[in-house]
Design a protein around this ligand. Sequence first.
Ligand SMILES: C[S@@+](CC[C@H](N)C(=O)[O-])C[C@H]1O[C@@H](n2cnc3c(N)ncnc32)[C@H](O)[C@@H]1O
Length: 298
Amino acid sequence: MGSPEDQAYRLLKEHCNGFMVSQVLFSACELGVFDLLAEAPGPLASAEVAARLASSPRGTEQLLDACVSLKLLQVDVRRGKAVYGNTELASTYLARTGPRSQQNMLLYMARTTYTCWGHLAEAVREGRNQYLKAFGAPAEQLFTAIYRSEAEQLLFMRGLQEVWSVCGGSVLAAFDLSPFPLICDLGGDFFTDPLPHADLYILARVLHDWSDEKCSQLLARIHHACKAGGGVLVIESLLDADGRGPLTTQLYSLNMLVQTEGRERTAAQYRALLAPAGFPRVHCRRTGGTYDAVLARK
Ligand SMILES: C[S@@+](CC[C@H](N)C(=O)[O-])C[C@H]1O[C@@H](n2cnc3c(N)ncnc32)[C@H](O)[C@@H]1O
């Protein structure tokens, strides 16, 4: 006999429960489950995990078992007793000491991004980010809201850099950068301060924070400072030409709606910003990973 639930209902349930899956992951990170198991000399029983984390035995066992189903933890039964350890995924990406740890980004998503997404419907209705409702933070100056405390700024910066341990190699290998002896990763206030002269400017996940108008303003300033024959390397997650995928990039674009003044864009939309700013020779390379590369020459 087939399942009484049809495929459409199963899909609906999966979408509907997606936030619970995120919360299992976030809570296990917040509680320190993956760090404890990474540092323990061997797998631990749920009662030992609960005692070490000062969490309830009942809740801990339920959380650990859900993590097993999500392939974040593995369970072994030894003399009738279940003991838990990290899977390779957890020891690589979730433990603080993992070689490609994404822990700060997960904590940022758990505390900040998730709270902003609680206001997604309002963001869609109003067409703007939700810092005021989510945190009482006015967002006329976007990065004043994003960096609203030192702890928040540190978590954001630590979290953002973590992805490059996974994706950095492929975006930097997308183009031959040897023709550009002097490369500048812009800091200071790039909307007002004089920009240093360079052969190549890297804008990694910068343009997606801003409206088309602000992007054009920034690119015009870069064009003015850029040496002859130089260019801009834009690193972003590219939407498909029709904007209908990939889903991850569409979700990131909605995230830009709830958290910034910008959006994710298609290759053609980046071309339409770069060419009028004086960078007419635009080449886009998809890396097959989360982030892609667009090289535009003066
Ligand atoms: C989404 S983060 C990307 C950081 C980094 N490029 C990366 O991809 O990991 C956007 C960056 O733009 C910087 N930023 C925002 N406004 C700026 C401004 N007016 N001048 C200089 N940097 C700015 C922020 O401090 C932040 O580091």
